[in-house]
Design a protein around this ligand. Sequence first.
Ligand SMILES: Nc1ncnc2c1ncn2[C@@H]1O[C@H](COP(=O)(O)OP(=O)(O)OP(=O)(O)O)[C@@H](O)[C@H]1O
Ligand SMILES: [Mg+2]
Length: 212
Amino acid sequence: MPTHITAVINQKGGAGKTTLSMNLAAGLSRRGDTVIVDLDPQGSARQWASLGTAPFPATVKQMAPGKWDAKTLHQTFKAYRHVVLDCPPSLDSAASLAALRACDVALIPVLPSPVDLWASLRLPQEIDEARKVNASLKAYLVLNQLEPKSALSVAMHDALAEFGIPVLNAAIRRRAIYRGAALEGVSVFEMGGRGALAAAEIEAIINEVIAP
Ligand SMILES: Nc1ncnc2c1ncn2[C@@H]1O[C@H](COP(=O)(O)OP(=O)(O)OP(=O)(O)O)[C@@H](O)[C@H]1O
Ligand SMILES: [Mg+2]
């Protein structure tokens, strides 16, 4: 089977790209060998994986911007079943746009506030642009840091409709375990019973769009 590439992208800082990338990669590694490509010069994914006492379940690699495209990614990572691209918080970096051109699925984590979504308004345009060379690109918003029990505001529903990119049914709640896992250099899958609800959220995302 060809390597499946998922890009986790949003120019808005702190939306949850690295949290989603790392946990997604850990979940995917249970299905087949998985590599996370840390495209952020901040190197957060690499640092995260280096904190754990045991090796992180997915390999973390870094790649210099401008040095790769879909073809070279497939070539470099042909031994892997899944590639997850953790993008930097910028659309002006060559890395984010190259990721959109190279991936099968783009996941866009967004915080459930219209203001946060407005900060990402250029993304739908860039996705359309990427589709000129990557016609089968699928893109979805993933709501992150949802508060338990609180419904999305009317303003947020309006903002999502205006954004024009489908929202995954599977969403991520605000849970201390996501921060806890990062601090320990592991994923929520390694947190035992305390991580079970979070792990189920990540599994639901994988089942919905990556490996149904
Ligand atoms: N669902 C969640 N529940 C609780 N905390 C979360 C959740 N998602 C992310 N966080 C926390 O929010 C902060 C930002 O998350 P993260 O680093 O994943 O965002 P990012 O988009 O990668 O940021 P950057 O734009 O700097 O790369 C981190 O402290 C992370 O632990
Ligand atoms: Mg990050």
